[in-house]
Design a protein around this ligand. Structure first.
Ligand code: ATP
Ligand code: MG
Length: 362
C-alpha cells in the first residue's frame, strides 16, 4: 500500500503516461506551477515530449523502462485511459498514481463502466454486452433496431463504432467484428449533449466547471460552448451526478462526465473520462484556473484553484485535419486564443489544435 504523499514541492518531477495533446497541455500547466514533467509514451517525437523536461520512449509492456521512469518521478498521472492494467500495477507498486487505478479499471471497458454507472442509480443508454452473433440478434430485437455497436475497449473519437438500424445485415456486420468484445447501445434520441468537468483534490475537495454544451461531427467533438443552453435545475443535477461518480471512484484529479439531454429534459450518462477532457479546453481562456492547472494541483496534493468562469460566453472549436490550415485567420482575431499541438503531420480526422473564442465579458 502506498502511503498518502505530502504535497509535492515546486521542483518535483511529475510523470505523465501518454504524450499526446492532453499530455502537452498538462505539462505546460505543470511548468507554470514549477514542476518538471517526465513523459512516458511509445511513440517518438510526441507533442508532450517536446515541452517536457524528460521523455521515456518505450512500449507499454517494457517493464524495465517503466520501472526506471517510475523511480525518477514523485507522482504519476495519465492523459488517456488505455494504459494496460499490468503496466499500471507495475508503476503503482513504485510511485503513487493519481487518479487511482480504480478510476481506470472502471472506465477502460464500456460494459464495466455502464454497470458501474447504473450501480450508482444513474441512467445510461439501454445496453448489452455482445460476444456472439446470437447476442447481437437479441440486443437489436430487444433494445433496437436503432443502436450503435461499440468496441468495449480502446474506442475514442467515435472509432470502433458501427451504426445499426432495421435494414442492417447483422450477419455481415458480425463477420467483420469477430475477435473483439462489443457492447450494443440503444440509440438515444437526444435534444443535446452536455458535459460536466470537475476536479477532486486528495482531501476530497471538489471544484466544478460550468456545464458545457457539445456538438459532434462524424463522431468527433467539433465544438463546446458555455453557458450550456439548459435549465439551472438540469445543470445542478449534472453537477450532483458527476460529484457522485467522482466520490464513488475516490478520484483524484480532473474527471469529465458526458451526458445526453433527452427531449423530455432528463439526463442520461453517456460516458466517464477519468482525465482532462476536450470539452473543457475552453477553461484555458475562460476560467481563473484551467482544467490542466486543476489536474496538476490535485496530482501534486495541492489545494484546487478557482474554477470560476470569467467570460460571458466561450466557444471552443477543434481544428481537425486541414482545419488547422486556417491558423493565420485565427491568430489575428480579437478575443480568439489558438492552441496548436505541434503534430508533425496533418491527417484527416486528427485533432491538430483548437481555438477558444471569448465572445463577451461578464
Ligand atoms: P470520445 O472519445 O469523443 O468521447 P467515444 O469514441 O468514446 O468518443 P462516445 O462518446 O461513446 O464515443 O460516442 C461519440 C458520440 O456518438 C457521442 O457523443 C454521441 O454524439 C454519439 N453517440 C454515442 N452513443 C450514442 C447513443 N447510444 N445514442 C445516440 N448517440 C450516441
Ligand atoms: Mg464520448
Amino acid at each position: 500500500m502506498i502511503p498518502v504523499i505530502e504535497p509535492l514541492k515546486p521542483g518535483s518531477t511529475i510523470g505523465i503516461l501518454g504524450g499526446g495533446q492532453l499530455g502537452r497541455m498538462l505539462a505546460l500547466a505543470a511548468a507554470d506551477l514549477g514542476f518538471d514533467v517526465h513523459i512516458c509514451e511509445p511513440e517518438a517525437d510526441c507533442p508532450a515530449g517536446r515541452v517536457s523536461a524528460k521523455v521515456t520512449t518505450a512500449p507499454w509492456d517494457d517493464l524495465a523502462a517503466l520501472s526506471q521512469f517510475a523511480r525518477g518521478v514523485e507522482a504519476v498521472t495519465f492523459e488517456f485511459e488505455n494504459v494496460p492494467a499490468a503496466s499500471l500495477a507495475h508503476i503503482a507498486a513504485l510511485v503513487p498514481i493519481r487518479p487511482g487505478i480504480k478510476s481506470l479499471e472502471l472506465t477502460q471497458d464500456r460494459w464495466v463502466e455502464k454497470q458501474f454507472i447504473q450501480s450508482l442509480g444513474l441512467v445510461t443508454a439501454s445496453c448489452a454486452p455482445i460476444s456472439c452473433m446470437n447476442d447481437l440478434h437479441e440486443a437489436s430485437s430487444q433494445l433496437g433496431p436503432n443502436g450503435i455497436l461499440k468496441t468495449r475497449r480502446f474506442g475514442y473519437d467515435g472509432k470502433g463504432q458501427i451504426a445499426i438500424n432495421a435494414q442492417s445485415d447483422l450477419a455481415h456486420i458480425w463477420e467483420g467484428s469477430i475477435g473483439q468484445d462489443w457492447i450494443f447501445e440503444g440509440l438515444v434520441d437526444f435534444a443535446c449533449e452536455v458535459s460536466l468537468t470537475l476536479a477532486r483534490s486528495a482531501d476530497g475537495e471538489i471544484a466544478a466547471f460550468d456545464l458545457t454544451q457539445n456538438t459532434h461531427r462524424n463522431g468527433i467533438l467539433r465544438s463546446s460552448f458555455v453557458p450550456a443552453q439548459v435549465s439551472l435545475d438540469l445543470s445542478q443535477q449534472a453537477l450532483l451526478q458527476a460529484t457522485q461518480i467522482a466520490q464513488a471512484l475516490g478520484h483524484i484529479g480532473v474527471l469529465a462526465v458526458e451526458f445526453f439531454v433527452t427531449r423530455a429534459g432528463a439526463l442520461i450518462v453517456n460516458e466517464i473520462a477519468p482525465r482532462v477532457h476536450n470539452s473543457a479546453h475552453w477553461t484555458q481562456d475562460g476560467c481563473n484556473s484551467s482544467q490542466f492547472v486543476q489536474h496538476m494541483r490535485a496530482v501534486a496534493g495541492w489545494p484546487l484553484g478557482d474554477p470560476t468562469r470569467h467570460a460571458g460566453h466561450v466557444q471552443m472549436t477543434n481544428l481537425i485535419g486541414a482545419d488547422a490550415d486556417a491558423w493565420p485567420s485565427y491568430v489575428s482575431e480579437a478575443g480568439t486564443f489558438i492552441h496548436l499541438y505541434g503534430k508533425r503531420e496533418v491527417r484527416a480526422g486528427r485533432k491538430m489544435g483548437h481555438v477558444n473564442q471569448v465572445k463577451s465579458h461578464l
